[in-house]
Design a protein around this ligand. Structure first.
Ligand SMILES: Nc1ncnc2c1ncn2[C@@H]1O[C@H](COP(=O)(O)OP(=O)(O)OP(=O)(O)O)[C@@H](O)[C@H]1O
Length: 293
């Protein structure tokens, strides 16, 4: 378990992190979500010990924790091969000789680049570079892997491959901290998440609990002459995609009402469904939609 208590970090007069308190359990994928400039990278660098001049306390597991850090910007030498990049990073992590070569081979296989290991990085696609960037952080079999926006600029195939890698790493007992702007990624692969804005944690918890805590029950209706007028009067009805979203405390009975009305009035229902709560909606309701450049 990793515990952060009252972490503060400022750059000159700019407060990047204020009073950050978090607990990250072992073996989970923990999402870190926030708008540009929220403080995600700073927090990640504090946990990874890249930034040391912070205030507050970090408690790591008793046994020495091996950390693998996947930076937001791709940190590879383009003019040499994938193999040589991995060997370089393996060296930095203290691997030598046969063990280093064995791990380079294993990691090349893990990141799906076994066949391209002897090719120069400059010939790689964006997705291959991202996978190699991740591979460089896995050579020493870290217990904690910190990934800062690991899927920026990758195609859906590489993204799925990266998700599968995260899943496998979790199954092998690693803990993953995963920072991303892509809310659907956090929803899909993380067990827990923290929302960070202006350097502060504004919400934190299990994804399923966050969704049920903040969800506003609603249904989506599309069709002709299928909304009873009393629904319009007693509920919030918002137009969406040529239909409308009805916010209601009792979605199933509201659906019945719509069906009943439609039968009675000879209406036509094209679509009628429960609206699933999305992390993105919660994110906007907590942080607002104002630009943060
Ligand atoms: N080296 C630095 N010197 C001065 N200010 C910095 C430095 N690094 C970050 N900041 C500022 O600290 C705040 C937090 O930045 P940080 O990079 O941690 O945010 P972020 O959530 O990772 O943003 P993004 O999603 O855009 O990468 C921002 O206001 C940023 O401008």
């Amino acid at each position: 378990m990793i515990t952060l208590t009252n972490i503060h970090k400022s750059y000159a007069s700019k407060n990047a992190l204020s009073n950050v308190t978090l607990t990250i359990s072992k073996g989970i994928c923990f999402g870190l979500v926030g708008p540009n400039g929220a403080g995600k990278s700073t927090l990640i660098k504090v946990i990874a010990s890249v930034i040391k001049d912070y205030k507050g306390k970090i408690q790591l597991p008793k046994n020495q924790l091996k950390i693998g850090y996947v930076p937001q910007d791709i940190a590879l030498e383009e003019t040499v091969t994938a193999y040589d990049n991995l060997r370089f990073f393996g060296n930095i992590y203290g691997l030598r000789g046969k063990e280093l070569l064995k791990r380079v081979d294993e990691v090349l296989f893990k990141i799906g680049l076994k066949e391209r290991g002897k090719d120069k990085v400059m010939t790689f696609s964006g997705g291959m570079k991202r996978r190699l960037n991740i591979g460089c952080a896995l050579l020493h079999k870290p217990d904690l892997i910190i990934m800062d926006e690991p899927t920026v600029g990758v195609d859906p195939q590489s993204r799925r491959y990266i998700f599968e890698m995260v899943d496998q790493l979790k199954k092998q007992g690693s803990t993953i901290i995963y920072a991303s702007h892509y809310m659907e990624e956090i929803e899909q692969i993380c067990d827990e998440a923290a929302f960070i804005d202006n350097g502060q944690i504004i919400e934190c918890g299990e994804i399923s609990q966050l969704l049920s805590k903040h969800a506003t029950p609603s249904i989506y209706v599309k069709g002709e002459n299928c909304i009873p007028s009393q629904l319009n009067q007693n509920h919030i009805v918002t137009d969406k995609d040529e239909g409308c979203v009805i916010t209601t405390e009792h979605p199933l009975s509201t659906m019945e009402e719509v069906i009943h009305f439609c039968k009675k009035e000879n209406g036509r229902i094209e679509r009628l469904e429960l609206v699933q709560p999305r992390l993105e909606d919660i994110f906007f309701s907590l942080t607002g939609s104002k630009l943060r450049d």
